[in-house]
Design a protein around this ligand. Structure first.
Ligand SMILES: Cc1cc2nc3c(=O)[nH]c(=O)nc-3n(C[C@H](O)[C@H](O)[C@H](O)COP(=O)(O)O)c2cc1C
Length: 374
């Protein structure tokens, strides 16, 4: 019984639905080439911008692990514990657009059948900034990028007009998407921040602006823990820390909740799921909620920088899943995509014990009789 791992997403043909997300695994040409050799169906490049980027003086990412024998969670006690999350305050690529341009071309020539999505980011506060989006989009697609991912979600920006500050504003989400769509010849995806009250609103704004897909989640705002001995944050520079981004296993359920809100609101639209994926069982959650591709960062960072074993597990897991379900007639992702999307309902729609009368949390309305129906 042959299974087909390939899929079409926003009009792009993928050999498999597993991508490396925009992050350190895709920060260089050599990493991306190694990723494709390992079997990833696509990559989203580390985000490319036009403004100067200077990272903090110290580590940019650490991993929080739980050590059962000590009963503690820490970022500083080695690889022995159980991984809970990644924490980072890394900015976008510190390489310039000029550095990226020839590399995108070379990567596409070396692997024409794999998908390269260029992640781009600029501001929104002036016409000049909006022009930066056009410049970035045009330069990347001219080199053969198969699609563009708009970074509307970087959580580390003090600038009011950039990153997740765009993703928190429906008008800016729409406006920036529209600006890129004016020049784009390839599909445009928008990566939203999970840090808003109702992500359905921002997703709707992206689609209104002409976006072809919504991607979620970027990391969740969070702090590193404080070391109880030194009383210092486990990650700091000169004792100081700022809000950073949580990724990895800890965010899987939260990211699924965000994703399900969007896929239920827009069942006909395209979504790429990210957050806490390290094997097929986790990816399956996103697929069953309606996602057409998934992306991985933390698990890949911890596996030889580009996740050769992670992608092997994903491909094997999906193959075995399709083989196991062949009797249902499932041969490819589209045969089971979205199957559990409609199982998420309002709390009051969940069955109560048979003999009780539940009023959605409201008091029974005493003294009120329904008007008689004619
Ligand atoms: C060190 C680090 C750097 C990242 N840089 C970017 C970036 O430049 N652009 C972007 O869109 N997301 C960036 N991300 C977010 C990831 O692409 C991904 O959305 C997030 O880590 C959740 O996925 P995970 O649970 O698989 O880690 C970064 C994440 C990490 C850990």
């Amino acid at each position: 019984m042959s299974v087909d791992l390939s899929t079409s997403f926003t009009g792009i043909r993928f050999p498999n639905p597993f991508l490396l997300s925009s992050a350190p695994p895709t920060e260089s040409e050599s990493n991306i080439l190694r990723a494709f050799e390992a079997g990833w169906g696509g990559v989203v490049t580390k985000t490319i911008g036009l403004h100067p980027v200077v990272n903090v003086a110290g580590p940019k990412t650490k991993f929080l692990r739980y050590y059962p024998e000590l009963g503690v969670s820490s970022m500083n006690r080695g690889r022995g514990g159980v991984l809970q999350s990644s924490w980072n305050w890394e900015l976008i690529s510190d390489k310039t657009l000029d550095w990226w341009v020839p590399r995108i071309g070379r990567i596409k020539k070396a692997f024409p059948d794999r998908v390269l999505i260029a992640s781009i980011m600029a501001g929104s506060g002036s016409d000049k900034e909006l022009d930066h989006w056009r410049t970035l989009a045009t330069a990347c697609q001219e080199q053969g990028a198969d699609g563009l991912e708009l970074n509307l979600s970087c959580p580390h920006m003090d600038r009011e007009d950039m990153g997740s500050n765009i993703g928190k504003d429906q008008k800016l989400c729409s406006g920036v998407t529209q600006v890129v769509k004016q020049v784009a010849k390839v599909p445009v995806w928008a990566k939203l921040t999970p840090s808003t009250t109702d992500i359905v609103l921002e997703a709707g704004a992206v689609f209104t602006g002409g976006g072809d897909a919504v991607v979620s989640s970027n990391t969740f705002p969070s702090l590193p823990l404080i070391d109880p001995e030194t009383l210092e944050f486990e990650m700091n520079v000169d004792g100081l820390v700022s809000s950073g981004g949580l990724g990895g296993p800890a965010i899987l359920p939260q990211s699924l909740a965000k994703m399900s809100q969007m896929t239920r609101a827009f069942p006909e639209k395209s979504f790429s799921g990210i957050g806490g994926i390290s094997d097929f069982n986790q990816a399956l959650n996103y697929f069953l909620l309606g996602c057409g591709t998934v992306q991985v960062c933390t698990a890949a960072m911890l596996d030889h920088a580009v996740g050769p074993n992670v992608v092997k597990r994903l491909l094997q897991g999906m193959t075995e899943f399709l083989e196991k379900n062949a009797s249902r007639g499932w041969k490819r992702l589209d045969d089971f995509r979205g199957l559990r999307r409609d199982r998420i309902v309002a709390h009051s729609q969940i069955r109560r014990p048979a003999d009780s009368d539940y009023q959605g949390g409201h008091e029974p309305q005493e003294g009120y009789a329904e008007p008689a129906r004619a």
